[in-house]
Design a protein around this ligand. Structure first.
Ligand code: ZN
Length: 190
């Protein structure tokens, strides 16, 4: 306690008496003991952290951290490590998914419309192209997803996130594969 009191500016006499920083006075009435202090004038009392908390107007916990820091004790390294904010992380994941999902669905919709035209059977009895069938069967559902992603409320979009997240990511993978297959093969420069 005397070390802490001195460190923060109190002049302590041999009789371990000092002027109280917590009330106006000219003759010392605050006594510093080994583990606490007591003012005979205003009755202020406490231990080291109590003293620092009162002196700087901070909480006991903040005072303990301050003493640890000021005296180089490193007592709070673990406690003051900032924990990862899981709520924020989940929200960021959702926002990222939302952007990706909108792009994916509009891309897929464009493909479905195209497949519906270019793969339409030319002759009666012709075995229909699977992409044409996909266009017929998926279009309504994908149009619905597109509408929710574009015009839906926040609540509707979040519902989509919890129910269709995986489905839409599978569509994304498929579109990426199709795009990769369509890319012209690069020739090696001779
Ligand atoms: Zn006092």
């Amino acid at each position: 306690m005397p070390d802490v009191a001195r460190f923060y500016g109190l002049q302590i006499s041999r009789s371990v008496m000092t002027c109280c920083p917590f009330h106006e006075e000219r003759t010392p009435s605050l006594k510093v003991y080994d583990d606490h202090f007591y003012c005979f004038g205003c009755g202020a009392t406490g231990d080291c952290t109590g003293f620092v908390a009162k002196l700087f107007g901070i909480s006991q916990f903040e005072a303990a951290k301050k003493i640890s820091y000021d005296f180089g004790l490193n007592l709070f390294n673990r406690e003051i490590a900032v924990p990862v904010n899981k709520g924020l992380q989940a929200e960021n994941d959702y926002r990222m998914w939302l952007r990706k999902a909108s792009v994916t669905i509009s891309e897929y919709l464009t493909r479905l419309a195209k497949w519906g035209k270019i793969y339409a059977p030319r002759n009666f009895g012709e075995q229909p192209n699977p992409l044409f069938v996909e266009s017929l069967t998926k279009r309504d559902y994908i149009e619905y997803l597109s509408e929710v992603l574009t015009y839906g409320s926040d609540k509707e979009k979040r519902q989509l996130y919890s129910s269709c997240r995986e489905d839409i990511m599978k569509i994304r993978e498929r579109l990426d594969k199709l795009a990769a297959a369509e890319r012209p093969v690069k020739r090696k420069a001779i």
